[in-house]
Design a protein around this ligand. Sequence first.
Ligand SMILES: Nc1nc2c(ncn2[C@@H]2O[C@H](COP(=O)(O)OP(=O)(O)OP(=O)(O)O)[C@@H](O)[C@H]2O)c(=O)[nH]1
Ligand SMILES: [Mg+2]
Length: 241
Amino acid sequence: MTTLNKKNYSNCAVIIPTYNERKTIVKTVRDVLASLPGCHIWVVDDNSPDGTSTHVKRFRSSHVTLLQRSSKNGRGSAVWHAMREVYKHTRYTRIIEMDADYSHDPHELPALVAASRDKTIAIGSRYIAGSRIEGWPLTRKILSAGANRLIRLVLRLPLHDATNGFRCYSREAVSVLLRRRMVSAGFVMLSESAYILYKQGYMFTEIPSHFVDRKKGLSNATPREFLDALVALLHIRRAYV
Ligand SMILES: Nc1nc2c(ncn2[C@@H]2O[C@H](COP(=O)(O)OP(=O)(O)OP(=O)(O)O)[C@@H](O)[C@H]2O)c(=O)[nH]1
Ligand SMILES: [Mg+2]
């Protein structure tokens, strides 16, 4: 028997960056609204050529806002842009980021929010007991697990998954991030934001997540990004001593 989630999540803003996600954005938005009743979704789209924004506009819900940028400028910058907008609204005490390709299951959101605290960032993790990665080829698994080990080593972050963008921050944690100018780009920006918060005394709690490789739409990840990430790690370590 499924129990209905009666809790009200009007204190939660959910940021969803999109680039060419017309095939999954509608289901993602619907399921987020159902999983976190009362929350507000902020989709930030970089003028996706596939018309993602048109699908978002169709919602006509007072709980969905579309932020449109004129050109593709990366996931990290899109989330940062949305955080700045969301932060203007003081009712949000919890600010969540997640992907639009359904790799992050909206049904895990209540657990993510429940695990977060003012000084603790909750992270949906692919690398702890109870987690699962579905659909990735072995090479991608090795690259991602290897990158995370390296990040742990170089940045000494107490985190198993520093590259998954499925997170719940407190309002004050977001204010810390908004005061910074990131030195990295690409998926490693997620490690940089974790590092900034760690250096400021924030903690992390990881909850097991069932990560599913995108089934629809095209990947925005490139092999070049992995190489750039290695160099970026050294910059990050130097930038925040
Ligand atoms: N606004 C915006 N969103 C982006 C951009 N690049 C990626 N995204 C979104 O960020 C999220 C993560 O991007 P993905 O392409 O899924 O990257 P990934 O998860 O590393 O790789 P795949 O799942 O294999 O594609 C998705 O919701 C994308 O639509 C961008 O330049 N601008
Ligand atoms: Mg993805």
